[in-house]
Design a protein around this ligand. Structure first.
Ligand SMILES: [Mn+2]
Length: 251
């Protein structure tokens, strides 16, 4: 495999089965690819590299083993783990990439993103995102004691959950025009992202060109991945307990 893409695992101490599934995934599929791209929300929450958890330690070790085996590992931050930085990434062998970067993989130019930046219909969320990504806000947050950060993160999560349940379905999805504009700006015909938890392959017609958008799914009983092998791109799902039993998702 030239490359595998995953996102939205939402790993957390309270769901050890997800972490077990991730470790198993690394030991099976991770060994069959040259590159592994993690497109955000690997963790349910990340309040700073200085606060380790049982989960983060297991994940870091698992990634480091893969990196040691020669697999190139890449990470784009999600809205849950955008504070993940070098202190965690370096020992894991993980290279940090910017959201919206274009990578050349097996001759394909691929636009990579977590995906939340394209949910432009949700103006309230985009404003919130802007605040959260402000370096001054980040700096002030990271200076707080771990317990205070934990409390803030839990409160924000609670608030976003409450708001999310009130929001119309279309607000939680990407905006088609925003995607088309991204394709046009990047001059690519392939995009892979996550975030929306709506795994599918979409086609977009941008200035007469057919572009393909692969949306990854969130991990639960099933795990999801996109693969690139030469000119072929696939969206696959597999049981977390038996990652070798993959099935193909066409649409
Ligand atoms: Mn997300």
């Amino acid at each position: 495999m030239d490359a595998i893409f995953i996102s939205d695992l939402h790993l957390q101490d309270s769901r050890p089965e997800l972490t077990d599934g991730f470790v198993r995934f690394c030991e099976t599929w991770g060994r069959k690819t040259q590159q592994l791209f993690i497109l955000g929300d690997l963790f349910e929450v990340w309040i700073g590299d200085d606060v380790a958890s049982k989960t983060s330690t297991v994940v870091q070790n698992s990634l480091a083993r893969l990196a040691g085996a020669g697999v190139k590992l890449w990470f784009i931050a999600g809205n849950r783990d955008f504070l993940l930085g070098k202190e965690f990434a370096q020992p894991a062998g993980l290279h940090l990439l910017a959201d919206g970067c274009i990578e050349k993989i097996a001759g394909n130019q691929v636009l990579l993103s977590h995906g939340d930046v394209y949910c432009t219909d949700d103006v309230e969320y985009q404003n919130f995102r802007k605040t959260m990504r402000d370096p001054r806000w980040i700096c002030a947050f990271l200076q707080r004691p771990a317990a205070a950060r934990q409390q803030m993160a839990a409160a924000l999560r609670q608030e976003s959950k409450a708001k999310g349940s009130e929001k119309a379905m279309y607000l939680m999805d990407v905006n088609r025009a925003a995607i088309d504009a991204a394709f046009e700006k990047a001059q690519t015909r392939l995009m892979i992202h996550g975030h929306t938890h709506r795994p599918a392959i979409h086609t977009h017609n941008v200035r007469g060109q057919t572009c393909k958008r692969v949306v990854l799914g969130d991990w639960g009983e099933l795990g999801w991945m996109a693969t690139i092998e030469g000119a072929s791109t696939q969206l696959l799902k597999f049981p977390l307990l038996a990652p070798e039993q993959v099935s193909r998702c066409e649409t």
